[in-house]
Design a protein around this ligand. Sequence first.
Ligand SMILES: Cc1cc2nc3c(=O)[nH]c(=O)nc-3n(C[C@H](O)[C@H](O)[C@H](O)COP(=O)(O)OP(=O)(O)OC[C@H]3O[C@@H](n4cnc5c(N)ncnc54)[C@H](O)[C@@H]3O)c2cc1C
Length: 472
Amino acid sequence: MTFCPADEAFARRLRDSVPEDVFRPVEARYLEEPRGLFQGQCGVLAAPRSTEEVSTLMRAAHEARVPVVPYGGGTGLVGGQIATDGPPPLIISLERMQAIRNLYPAENVMIVEAGAILADIQTAAENAGRLFPLSLASEGSARIGGNLSTNAGGTAVLRYGNTRDLCLGLEAVLPDGRIWNGLSRLRKNNLGYDLKDLLIGAEGTLGIITAASLKLFPQPAGIGTALLSVPSPADALDLLSLARDHLGDGVSAFELIDGQGMHFLAEVLPDLRLPYAEIPTWCVLIELGLAKGLDPTEALETLFGAAFEAGLVSDGLIAQSEAQRTEFWNVREQIPEANRRVGAVSSHDISIPISRIPEFLERGNAIVARIGEFRLNAFGHLGDGNLHYNVFPAKGRSKADYSNCRDVVKQAVYDLVHEMDGSVSAEHGVGRLKTADLERYGDPVGVEVMRAIKAALDPIGIMNPGAVLRSL
Ligand SMILES: Cc1cc2nc3c(=O)[nH]c(=O)nc-3n(C[C@H](O)[C@H](O)[C@H](O)COP(=O)(O)OP(=O)(O)OC[C@H]3O[C@@H](n4cnc5c(N)ncnc54)[C@H](O)[C@@H]3O)c2cc1C
């Protein structure tokens, strides 16, 4: 496809149809992403205030064949929000569309604009006595349109599902500027194909999400959090089964933490207080959210007793205050920052069928050890089978020493994931980082259908070109 740049002539045309202050200076933050893997470019940056303005901008871009990149909070980790090549695009940032349009507590539904920051949505739900359970370390910056477009996961997927599971309907602007109103509040709606499920996880390649209808939940009456040392990942999985036998859906988070991750924290973030005097080999952060009448501390103590007897845990800490709970979560949530500072040779956001995770770790570690000397940090949302399996330089060496084997490590890990019926993109998406991996590991018929859907909705191909599907 041949595109035109979002140049001065295009900007002049746009100025005739939307107010002047829709345009913003292109600050560096729109062209960078959290891990510094991609450097972007931009012709015109627009921050519209309404769905109609988004539609006007899209219509103009469609007529002029100008590529468009939708932009949320810029926290995506696979470069979907960063146009690296091709003619400089029109970036449409949703940052001014932050309104909570409506809240229906009796229906457990909230309608929000796509630029609403995830943490603000959580607070609005809480103020209405409800819970919006999506929770990620980036929730202070990520916007719901970005969460939906990446089908974000996070820490509560075990109980509440991915962002897709939390959405009842969408409003979106299609690549030709038409507005699709699918803002349903219904939990049953089988009137034809489910278009929202096409746009969710499409990473801005099929249209721009402008608003969403979200599911809310009752707030748990009591929250309990514990850090439990486990001898191995297999024991962690048995502990998860035991916890669910005891507490059913009361288990809302179950995070695996590798002792290596804690050693990294001690090494590069020494001000962070670690709750252990001696760092365990593995531990699990477990969180309960229980209904009225159930005491979470008692429930955790009973669980710990049963797990200890079964040899599944060797030690444990149960949070006795909100401050201690925050301290436990800080350990988990600062691990990505510690990883960033140590500098990974290769990072992998992967999913494995849950019961095969111990086997994956054993085989993966052996494969990586055959390639060279590394340190491994495998952590993540064990409860839903999502691991961040990250490979680091041996102590005293830097990632530059490994530049010649980075691709070998990545492919060896991905080949094993694929062989074990896993996914090489669990919660971060494809973006621009994994387009070749989608072709290599995705089902060929599935990829063909994706291209057909893209061609049907965006025949000129202006929506985020090069993201998800490699430009042919
Ligand atoms: C510290 C940290 C922790 C993280 N933890 C997690 C985690 O636990 N789980 C997880 O899943 N992710 C995690 N992420 C990744 C990231 O936060 C999520 O992918 C998030 O959903 C992206 O939202 P955003 O608003 O920042 O989107 P952006 O980064 O702005 O965009 C992401 C993609 O969505 C598209 N897009 C954005 N808005 C729209 C819209 N309105 N319509 C159409 N397309 C749009 C963009 O074009 C791009 O392709 C983490 C990131 C960081 C930095």
